[in-house]
Write a protein that binds this ligand. Structure first.
Ligand SMILES: Nc1ncnc2c1ncn2[C@@H]1O[C@H](COP(=O)(O)OP(=O)(O)OP(=O)(O)O)[C@@H](O)[C@H]1O
Ligand SMILES: [Mg+2]
Length: 278
């Protein structure tokens, strides 16, 4: 149960090491009476090529954990490591996508995606080529010259994902990237993300409130407890390598969905009690 998180070992799975590690990470915000213990010691290995989904009740510290690996927050104790090296701050090797696109409103779609490659010293023509490659991957070549305000929310998120991929990060950190989207768009983008992950096998840490989304995409699901966040359970679903969208109707999918639902319900009730006791 406390072993490393591993990929499922399907045909496409390379022999994998540990890409990122949380080593006894804790986080406390503020001090004195107003202090909030967001994370209890968390130790978690993210295997190379794994797609790890974090689920847990609101306020349990998921974003805090992701932000510590991104380098946006420092842990109170313990450390996050990438390739064995402690994280000291943001780094283009870690690509981050948030719930709502942080696109540059004054740049067209192609220039938004080309920004990272340009910033890391690529020539203008090479950066544009890279941008078009990733826009094609997310199905937006026809919108390269448009501006963010001309796009739907789902299209903006796809640009955000293309922009993160264009930096060729070694790990993608995604904090509820589809939360603001309608159900149909969300399902289509889940299929798109699965296809992209299957072809690139980028290591991913993905936060979601959707159990179905986690089951559909993840090689590893980490269920967190109510605040202060701890790891309550880990599951290794077998659906990430499947190309059949109908897996969601399989008996095993339903069984795991019920299992995670029950785990989360316990924690959500605990979180609610915490609120009442405050
Ligand atoms: N910058 C901050 N200053 C003070 N408290 C914070 C800060 N960031 C987060 N917290 C607190 O830490 C706890 C964990 O927050 P976090 O945003 O990590 O939760 P979450 O699991 O991502 O929740 P959600 O599912 O609602 O996004 C919460 O109680 C929150 O109020
Ligand atoms: Mg959050």
């Amino acid at each position: 149960m406390h072993g490393d998180l591993r990929t499922n070992g399907g045909a496409a799975a390379a022999p994998s090491g540990v890409k990122a590690r949380f080593d006894h990470v804790t986080k406390r915000f503020g001090s004195g009476d107003g202090a909030v213990q967001a994370l209890e010691p968390i130790s978690l290995d993210i295997a190379e090529n794994a797609f790890v989904c974090l689920v847990g009740p609101s306020g349990c510290g998921k974003s805090t954990l992701l932000n510590i690996l991104a380098g946006f927050e420092t842990p109170t104790s313990g450390q996050a490591l990438m390739d064995g090296v402690p994280v000291r701050g943001p780094d283009p090797r870690r690509g981050v996508v948030f719930q709502q696109g942080a696109l540059f409103t004054w740049m067209n779609v192609r220039d938004n995606v080309a920004f990272g490659p340009l910033a890391t010293g690529k020539s203008s023509s090479e950066a544009q080529r890279i941008a078009m490659h990733y826009l094609e991957m997310v199905g937006l070549t026809a919108f390269a010259k448009r501006y963010p305000y001309e796009l739907s929310g789902g299209m903006q998120q796809r640009v955000g994902i293309a922009r993160a991929l264009a930096n060729d990060p070694e790990i993608l950190l995604m904090d509820e990237p589809f939360a603001a989207l309608d159900a149909q768009t969300r399902e289509l983008l889940q299929e798109e993300i699965k296809r992209i992950w299957q072809s690139t096998r980028k290591t991913v840490l993905w936060i979601t409130h959707s159990i179905e989304e986690a089951l559909f995409l993840a090689t590893d699901i980490v269920v967190m407890s109510a605040r202060p966040g701890r790891i309550k359970a880990r599951l290794a679903p077998q659906f990430a390598l499947s190309e059949d969208p109908a897996v969601v109707a399989s008996v095993e999918f339903m069984r795991m969905k019920a299992e995670i639902f029950a785990l989360l319900r316990e924690e959500s009730l605990a979180a609610q009690r915490q609120e009442v006791e405050r």
